[in-house]
Structures are given as structure tokens and as C-alpha cells.
Design a protein around this ligand. Structure first.
Ligand SMILES: *[C@@H]1O[C@H](CO)[C@@H](O)[C@H](O)[C@H]1NC(C)=O
Ligand SMILES: *[C@@H]1O[C@H](CO)[C@@H](O)[C@H](O)[C@H]1NC(C)=O
Ligand SMILES: *[C@@H]1O[C@H](CO)[C@@H](O)[C@H](O)[C@H]1NC(C)=O
Ligand SMILES: *[C@@H]1O[C@H](CO)[C@@H](O)[C@H](O)[C@H]1NC(C)=O
Ligand SMILES: *[C@@H]1O[C@H](CO)[C@@H](O)[C@H](O)[C@H]1NC(C)=O
Length: 327
């Protein structure tokens, strides 16, 4: 099953320079206020002219020349990244809009939201994925309980040493726990490290302390995204635009002059006491697991909206990954 989590379309795609002049004109006009608001946080990562300001809003644009994307100006170790986002309306078949966190290098970690477009009137799917030490293949898909093109909704990733939580409007839709020292911690906690395979136990991996940047991009993925790739992008409906009202990161910002493996920065962002002086709220004790209410929300979201889970796709993944045990 091709889930197509691969290329972001961006870096390799040829940037379209033909409309740069038009984009600059737009930027100097109505977009000045929005530019100031978003400029503190993000910058274009490719095809600069396909990141467009419109009043208080920021848009990423896909046309037949190129998609577009942005990247955060800082890297972070732990925290929460949010996008207040409205997806491409109408015919969005073949189009993927992604909001994700990623570290750099071969052994990178990555936490993805990927919105898979559809033909007019048919629902988007929201795919999430995690890469740990360069290995992904952890896709889950949900349908949403609202139309993500009708209004803005908030998509967030919370990340601390205990868990990675994907949230949609404050409802957790996916939790990836650190089971590295799991013992019996509570009635809803799973005991043990991972899959028991005969006498051996395979530890459940958890993303290590690599600083991550926050990204978004829109690109043509009509080889896989919509109805398994059967429906192609209809370029007569271009340009396609995803619209942001806000992008915010509350996290421990990595020193700009430090390398990604700087031990001092790891210590500063991860070993400091929990929630010290309230500055690192994402690391406070109560952020180390879901509240009871959130656990119920997660159960609801999965029961009613989960449409694909790699953990139970034995055709594609015959040996159950260790992090899937006990679910
Ligand atoms: C695992 O245990 C160590 C040692 O007790 C502790 O410092 C660390 O915070 C624990 N990690 C998690 C994710 O609970
Ligand atoms: C989990 O694995 C670590 C090392 O991989 C080991 O030290 C620890 O005892 C294990 N914990 C449990 C509960 O099996
Ligand atoms: C379980 O053991 C079998 C046989 O030794 C091995 O082929 C398989 O890869 C193991 N699975 C895991 C998850 O370690
Ligand atoms: C698109 O709509 C079809 C028909 O309702 C549905 O089967 C599919 O899951 C939807 N989403 C995607 C991304 O194909
Ligand atoms: C980065 O700059 C700060 C302030 O100028 C300095 O204290 C720190 O040692 C530098 N760190 C590295 C890794 O160069």
C-alpha cells in the first residue's frame, strides 16, 4: 500500500521566478501588517513567491509552476507548535498540505500532519506520521468531524520527553508515548518496553533530543494522495491556496550559533527542572500524560474517526511494531 509520505515536493521543484514581481507588489501593499506578524516566526523555505500575504492572513499557493512552503526561523527542543489553518476549498484533489516538525540529517525525527485533498464535496483525510531516527512508516489516517475548508481550525503538536501528542482543536487524535522506562504508572498506562518476541523484548523507540524546525508546505501529490492516486489534480482550478491565520511555537528555542548536537543546548532544553519558573509549561508534570478528559477524547476520536492505522495493517507490516503493543 503506497501511503506516499515521501517527498515534500519542495526542495527539488524548480522555483517559478516569472511571477516574483507580482508577489513583491502584493507584499508591499495590503500584506504589510500580516508580514510583520508572521515574519517573527517563519520565512519562505522554497518558491518564495508562492508564500503570499493577504491582509492578516498568510497563504501557501500551488499552481502548475510550483507549490510553496515556509520554515520557522528558530529550531526548538520540546514545546508546542500550532497552525490555525483553513484548507484549499472546493476541488483539492491531488493536493497535499502539510504542517510538520522535523530535525535534520539521516537519523532525523519528524512529526507530520498531512491533509489529503479531495474532489469537491468529498472529505479530506488527515494523515499523521512520525519518523524516529530516520524511520517513518507510522501512518495513521482520520476523517475529520468538520469541514476543514469552511473555517479555521487549530492543529497542534505537543512534544516533550514523555509524549508526542497530535491535537485537532484541543482534541488529541494521536499520542505517541515514551515507554523507555515504563513500569506500571497508572491504570491506563501500559507496562513494559515493547513487543515481547519469545524471550526478547524489542524496546519501543522514542524520538531523541534533536532540535526541530516547524514547516508547512503545499504540493502536488496526485500520484497517491486522493483515492489512492486515482483522482488527479485538475489544474484548471489552480491556484490552490491553504490559508493560515496564525502560526505559533511555544518551545525551547535552540541557540542559533549551536550545532544540532550541542550538549549544552540539550541540557538547557531537556534537563532543566519540570516547568521551571513556569516558562517551560509543556514540560510540567501534568503535560507528561493526557488528562482523564483528554484520554476520553482520544478514545472518542479513534473510535469514530480513525480510518487507517499502521499498527493493524498486517499486510503491509507483518511484524507488529513494538510501540503498537498493548493497544
Ligand atoms: C526515565 O527515568 C529517568 C531516571 O529516573 C528520568 O530521569 C526520566 O525523566 C524518565 N523519563 C521519562 C520519559 O519518564
Ligand atoms: C526497558 O529497557 C531498558 C533498556 O532497553 C531496560 O533497562 C529497562 O529495564 C526496561 N524496562 C522494562 C520495564 O522492561
Ligand atoms: C521476532 O523473532 C523472529 C524470529 O527470531 C524474528 O524474525 C523477528 O524479526 C522478531 N521480531 C521482532 C519485532 O523483533
Ligand atoms: C475522498 O472521497 C472518497 C469518497 O468519499 C473517500 O473514499 C476518500 O477516503 C476521500 N479522501 C481521500 C484523501 O481520498
Ligand atoms: C553562542 O553565543 C552565545 C552568546 O554570544 C555564547 O555564550 C555561546 O557560548 C555560543 N555558543 C556556541 C555553541 O558557540
Amino acid at each position: 500500500m503506497a501511503l506516499g509520505n515521501g517527498s515534500r515536493g519542495g526542495q527539488g521543484a524548480a522555483a517559478c521566478v516569472a511571477v516574483v514581481a507580482a508577489a513583491v507588489a502584493a507584499l508591499l501593499g495590503a500584506g504589510a501588517a500580516a508580514a510583520a506578524k508572521f515574519d517573527d516566526v517563519v520565512q519562505p523555505s522554497w518558491a518564495n513567491d508562492h508564500m503570499v500575504y493577504d491582509g492578516d492572513l498568510l497563504k501557501l499557493r500551488l499552481d502548475s509552476n510550483s507549490g510553496g512552503g515556509f520554515v520557522s526561523k528558530n529550531k526548538f527542543l520540546y514545546g508546542r507548535a500550532i497552525a490555525d489553518l483553513k484548507l484549499v476549498p472546493g476541488d483539492s484533489a491531488g493536493i497535499v498540505t502539510a504542517f510538520y516538525l522535523s530535525s535534520a540529517g539521516d537519523k532525523h525525527n519528524e512529526f507530520d500532519f498531512e491533509f489529503l485533498g479531495n474532489v469537491t464535496g468529498e472529505p479530506y483525510l488527515l494523515q499523521t506520521n512520525l519518523y524516529i531516527d530516520g524511520v517513518g512508516n507510522r501512518e495513521q489516517r482520520i476523517d475529520l468531524w468538520f469541514d476543514p475548508t469552511a473555517d479555521f481550525h487549530t492543529y497542534a503538536v505537543l512534544w516533550n520527553p514523555s509524549q508526542v501528542v497530535f491535537m485537532v482543536d484541543d482534541t488529541p487524535i494521536r499520542v505517541y508515548e515514551n515507554r523507555q522506562n515504563a513500569t506500571v504508572k497508572g491504570h491506563h498506562r501500559h507496562a513494559g518496553n515493547g513487543t515481547t518476541n519469545g524471550t526478547a523484548t524489542t524496546p519501543s523507540p522514542f524520538p531523541g533530543p534533536q532540535p526541530m524546525a516547524v514547516y508547512s508546505s503545499i504540493w502536488n501529490a496526485d500520484d497517491w494522495a486522493t483515492q489512492g492516486g486515482r483522482v488527479k489534480t485538475d489544474w484548471s482550478h489552480a491556484p490552490f491556496e491553504a490559508t493560515f491565520r496564525e502560526v505559533r511555537v511555544d518551545g525551547c528555542a535552540w541557540a542559533a550559533n549551536a550545532t544540532d548536537t550541542d550538549a549544552g543546548e540539550v541540557a538547557r532544553c531537556s534537563e532543566s527542572s519540570w516547568g521551571k519558573e513556569g516558562r517551560y509549561w509543556w514540560k510540567e508534570k501534568e503535560m507528561s500524560e493526557l488528562t482523564v478528559h483528554q484520554s476520553h477524547q482520544l478514545v472518542w476520536a479513534r473510535a469514530h474517526h480513525l480510518v487507517y492505522d499502521y499498527c493493524v495493517d498486517t499486510d503491509r507490516i507483518p511484524v507488529q511494531p513494538p510501540e503498537c503493543s498493548g493497544r
